[in-house]
Design a protein around this ligand. Structure first.
Ligand code: NAD
Length: 505
C-alpha cells in the first residue's frame, strides 16, 4: 500500500545532528522544521552550538589527514561516491518525501532533485578517477608537473530552496577531491541534509569526514567562515550574506565560492514559437513557486507581439494549479515559510505603489485548503520601468514583471542594466540572433528556446551580484583542490651557478 504523508513524516530524521560520524543531540538553540503546506511541525532539532562546531572541525581535520583517507588513490575515493549515489537512488522516494515536507516543494520536483543528486555523486566519482594531473611543456633541464592536492576541511553553507541538489553540488566534488566536509544547511529546511548524512554514513565513509550542523547562520555559519582550520567555504545563498562572508574570507585569505541571487531576464522576440515561449517563461518563473536563484523574473517581449503574448501568458498563468505538494496535479506549491510569504507580498505591494498594473495573482489564494499554508498565487505585473524596485530586487517568489522592447540593442541594454548576472532565456527562431544576444548578455548561463535545464557536466555560476566561481563540470573538482608545481631535475649535474664544488672529481 502507498505510504501517506503521515507515514513519511514518521520517517523523518529524529532531531539529532550528524557530528564527526556520530548521531547525537546538538547543544545549541532549537531549530523547528515545519511543513509549508499546513504549518505542522515536522521535527524540532537541537541545533549545533559553537562547541559542537569546533568539535566537528577538529574531527574533520584529523579524519582528512588520516592515511586511510589521505592516501587513497582517486579511483578508491570514487568508490565511496558511487556507493553514496547508489544510496541516494535506492532511497530516492524517502529523500524526496523528506524534502517535500521540509521545503513544501512538489514531489515531482523533489524526486527529480534526489535523482539528480545521485547523478552528481556518480559524476564526481567518475571525474575524480579520470582527471589527470598535468605534465607541463618542458623548458629547461627539469621535468615539470602540475599536480592537485585536497584543500583540507571544506565548509559547505547552503540555502533552503533546493537542499539535496545544492548540498550534493558541494559535498560530492569536495569529497571526490579528498577533503573533509562540514555541511551547514539553512534553518528553515535542515532535515534533507540529515537524510543525506544517513546515506553517506550507510555508504561507509570513514567517520569524521562528513558532518551536518544545522544551526544559525550568525553562529555556526560564522564559526565555519572564521575558523582557521576551514580551508574553503563554498556558499550558496543571498547576495547580502555572500558579500559579508567574502569580507571575512578576504581577511583570512581563504578561497570562497559564492552562488548568489538573481534577477534573470527572459526575452521573447516576435519570431519566436509562441507556445514554446509561453511554456518556457512560465516554467522559468513559476516552477518551484519562483523560489529559485535562476527564476526568470524579468520578461521582455518584443513590442510587435507584446499584447497578444502577454494576454495568452496571463490566461495560461491563471490556469496553473496551485496546491498541496503531495498532490501530483500541483504545479505551484506553497512558499517555504510565512515570513517569506509576507516578504513576497511586500514586493508586490511596493510594485503597486510604484504604479504597476496587476495582471493576475498578487495575493495568497482563497479557500480552506490554503488557509494554513504559505501559498501565493502566480503573479504578473506590467507597466513598470526596468528601473523599478520590482525589476531590480530579487523577490524569490512567483512574481513576474513584464516589459516591452523594440529591438535587439534595446533589449540587450535593458537586460544588462541590473546588478545581477545569473541566467537569461531567449526565445527566437533565428539562431544567429540567439547567439549574438546570448553572447552580449551578462549571465553565467544562457538558455535558447528553453529554460532551467541543467546538466552536471556543464558549469554553473553567476557574475556581478550573482556570485564568484563556477560549480559542476570537470573543473568543478579543481575548485576543491590546491594546485602545486613540481620540478624534477633531469640533468644530474650540480647547478652551474655554484661553480666547481670543492672536493668533487
Ligand atoms: P541566506 O543567505 O539567508 O542563507 C543561506 C545560508 O547561509 C543558510 O544556511 C544560512 O543559515 C547561512 N547564513 C546566513 N547568515 C550567515 C552568516 N552571517 N554567516 C554564515 N552563514 C550565514 O539565503 P536563503 O534565504 O537561505 O536562500 C535564498 C537565497 O539563496 C536567494 O537569494 C537565492 O537566489 C540564493 N540561491 C542562489 C543559488 C545559486 O546557485 N546562485 C541557488 C539557490 C539559492
Amino acid at each position: 500500500m502507498d505510504k501517506t504523508a503521515k507515514d513519511w513524516a514518521a520517517e523523518l530524521p529524529d532531531g539529532q545532528l550528524f557530528l564527526g560520524g556520530e548521531w547525537r543531540q546538538g547543544t545549541g538553540a532549537e531549530i523547528v522544521s515545519t511543513f509549508p503546506a499546513d504549518g505542522s511541525v515536522n521535527r524540532v532539532l537541537s541545533g549545533a552550538s559553537t562547541s559542537d562546531g569546533n568539535e566537528a572541525i577538529d574531527r574533520a581535520k584529523r579524519a582528512q589527514a588520516d592515511p586511510s583517507w589521505r592516501a587513497l588513490r582517486p579511483h578508491e575515493r570514487a568508490r565511496y561516491l558511487y556507493r553514496i549515489a547508489d544510496g541516494l537512488e535506492r532511497n530516492a522516494a524517502r529523500v524526496s518525501h523528506i524534502q517535500s515536507l521540509d521545503t513544501g516543494k512538489t514531489l515531482a520536483e523533489t524526486q527529480a532533485l534526489a535523482l539528480s543528486a545521485a547523478g552528481t555523486f556518480r559524476y564526481f566519482g567518475a571525474v575524480a578517477e579520470t582527471m589527470d594531473d598535468d605534465l607541463t611543456a618542458q623548458r629547461g633541464t627539469a621535468l615539470t608537473l602540475s599536480v592537485f592536492d585536497p584543500l583540507g576541511v571544506v565548509a559547505a553553507i547552503t540555502p533552503w530552496n533546493s537542499p539535496i541538489a545544492s548540498d550534493a553540488q558541494k559535498v560530492a566534488p569536495a569529497l571526490a577531491a579528498g577533503n573533509a566536509v562540514i555541511l551547514k544547511p539553512a534553518s528553515w529546511a535542515p532535515l534533507t541534509a540529515l537524510e543525506l548524512a544517513r546515506i553517506i554514513d550507510d555508504a561507509g565513509l570513514p567517520k569524521g569526514l562528513f558532518s551536518v550542523l544545522p544551526g544559525s547562520g550568525s553562529q555556526i555559519g560564522n564559526l565555519l567562515v572564521e575558523h582557521p582550520d576551514i580551508a574553503k567555504v563554498s556558499f550558496t545563498g543571498g547576495t547580502q550574506t555572500g558579500r559579508a562572508l567574502a569580507h571575512k574570507a578576504a581577511e583570512k585569505l581563504m578561497p570562497i565560492s559564492l552562488e548568489l541571487g538573481g534577477k534573470s531576464p527572459t526575452i521573447v522576440f516576435a519570431d519566436a514559437d509562441m507556445n514554446q515561449a509561453i511554456a518556457g517563461v512560465m516554467f522559468g518563473i513559476f516552477s518551484s513557486s519562483g523560489q529559485s536563484c535562476i527564476a526568470g523574473s524579468r520578461l521582455f517581449v518584443q513590442r510587435a507581439v507584446y499584447d497578444e503574448f502577454v494576454a495568452r501568458l496571463v490566461a495560461a498563468t491563471k490556469a496553473l494549479r496551485v496546491g498541496h505538494p503531495f498532490d501530483c496535479a500541483t504545479q505551484v506549491a506553497p512558499l517555504i515559510h510565512p515570513d517569506h510569504q509576507s516578504e513576497v507580498a511586500g514586493h508586490v505591494n511596493r510594485a503597486l505603489e510604484d504604479g504597476a498594473t496587476l495582471l493576475c495573482g498578487g495575493k495568497p489564494p482563497m479557500g480552506d485548503s490554503f488557509a494554513k499554508g504559505n501559498y501565493f498565487e502566480p503573479t504578473i505585473l506590467a507597466d513598470l520601468p526596468n528601473t523599478a524596485r520590482l525589476c531590480r530586487d530579487e523577490v524569490f517568489g512567483p512574481v513576474l514583471a513584464v516589459l516591452p522592447f523594440d529591438d535587439e540593442a534595446d533589449v540587450i541594454a535593458a537586460a544588462n542594466d541590473n546588478d545581477y548576472g545569473l541566467a537569461c532565456g531567449i526565445w527566437t527562431r533565428d539562431f544567429t540572433r540567439a547567439w549574438r544576444v546570448g553572447r552580449a548578455i551578462r549571465a553565467g548561463t544562457v538558455w535558447h528556446n528553453t529554460y532551467k535545464q541543467f546538466s552536471i557536466s556543464t558549469p554553473f555560476g553567476g557574475d556581478g551580484d550573482s556570485g564568484i566561481g563556477r560549480e559542476k563540470g570537470r573543473q568543478g573538482l579543481r575548485a576543491y583542490m590546491r594546485q602545486k608545481s613540481i620540478y624534477t631535475d633531469l640533468s644530474g649535474a650540480p647547478h652551474p651557478w655554484a661553480g666547481p664544488i670543492p672536493g668533487s672529481t
